[in-house]
Design a protein. Sequence first.
Lengths: 311, 297
Amino acid sequence: MVKAKNHLKSIAHEVKRKKVLFLMLLPALLFFTIFCYIPMPGAYVAFVDYNINKGIFHSQFIGLKNFEFLVKTGALWSITKNTLLYNLAFLAIGNVVQIILAIMLSEIGNKWYKKVSQSIILLPHFISMVIVGFFAYNLFNYNHGFINSFLISLGFESHDFYSDQGIWKYIIVAFKVWAGTGYGMIVYLATITGISKDIYDAASIDGAKLSQKIKFITLPLLRPTVVLLFLFGLGGILKGSFDLFYNLIGNNSVLYSQTDIIDTYVFRSLMGQFNFSLSASVGFYQSIFGLFFVLAINFIVKKIEPDNALF
Amino acid sequence: MPKHNTRKKDGSFLRLLFYIVIAFFSLICLFPFVLMIVSSFMNEKEIIAEGFKLFPKELSTSAYEFLFRNPKKLMNAYSVTILITLAGTFGGLLIMSMTGYVLSRNDFKYRNSISFFIYFTTLFSGGLVPSYILMVNYLGLKDNVLAMILPGMVSAWSIFLMRNFMKAIPDSLYESAAIDGAGDFRIYWQIFMPLATPSLATIGLFLALGYWNEWYNAMLYIQSQVKFPLQFFLQKIVTQANVQLLVQQGAVVNTSDLPSESIKMATAVMAIGPIILLYPFVQKYFVSGLTIGAVKG
């Protein structure tokens, strides 16, 4: 008791002494309190039959009913599987493309060529997924999409992409890789640029060819960065790219079985069916397992590269 | 054997391959943009008959003529986007630079606990539903422009970037200013802010880009059309498959005569126009922000 009191006293003293600094922190502290901490206990809404007039904490408690429903209907498994598989594909394919292009770009001698191509490859990162939705419409629309007009000009029939369940997983992965390559490539390029020139020069003197230098110098030295970025990517494996999926698929329910991820399900239950509790149950499940994944990954990183651990 | 000679000969075939692959991938990145711009200049009859093309038979500016004749709704969406971009970017920069400054001060006793308080929010969140209930039922932000400004204004990541940057400013600068009698806020405003310009530019760019591309919060919270930001407005045009939204109320336009397909593409071109125009000048700040690296809690 006395200890706690002393502690409070010392905080109060510190606040008084550094009044201005605390005032400068205030807006950010308010922000995180209001928009991040206050909603946290609200996750309790997953365990009640939410009644808007009674509020979250006075609505009827229903325990795990929502989770039972989600498991029984198979919805939870289906959206979890889709989220995991899509994210794995994004991570694996995305990183491979980024690494290959970063290595290639690092070997380009012409400064102008390097700068211009790097800028072009980064460009997709700057536009919103709404525009990507327009690109998809522009390319895949049944009546006048570019690909269909191309198919027809070659004498083939039009393909109805927007009711073809099987094809969207490839389109989604392609757009994701397309949009993310510039960003990842620059991160890898920075690592490659950081490798000492002396190592390459020494290898040249020993008669190493370019392919050998890439294989025996660049790739091994790039490995820690790759492992680290891949691991941190795994930490976010339950977080879906809502903006991409929503703008490509939208409310096209024909495609849901292949394209529904946790985030789109949460959104639809809330804004489409106004089922607050069901939506919150899925959200809660995502947050808890998401936290678990990050902690597990951080544990692994701590074991292999203590300097790069998050905390 | 002279060194530069070996270097030149060595792997010249491989290097050529690299040039070609990079060029090919750059073309893939550019292709959708080019197709969209060309489509916006296509003749509507040709689109209906043969679809969007990269090399149309004839070009037409009728989509843009329509947009310039009926500018009101599009201009309104533009002004909403400009408003939230300016307010959010400047507000966010002010709040996050102050926070970064305080957390970078070694004599600030609680900097580690407050850093953790901020960092924890990236690990766990209450989820969409509690935030939605808070915004609508408790903060009363349904259909309020603030609903698009506030949620994206502050991010843990940017605060730590700011803090790491300010940590690199030598303590002696702060100490000598303090001896001269400058207060904490004045030291921040007159010494740290000017020195932090590069990181302010980087984070300002991240913020501005986020606000310019904002549609998510609009979709959740905004109902009246006068408050639609540009990207949400666009999304409505493409998902509802009509360009009716662009036409002013009361204006007599026979929508069946409209070049709707090219208008859709022209509207999207108008929305990405400012980004494409500014891109060459701002991308270096973006790249420097990426390569500062090491973002830790």
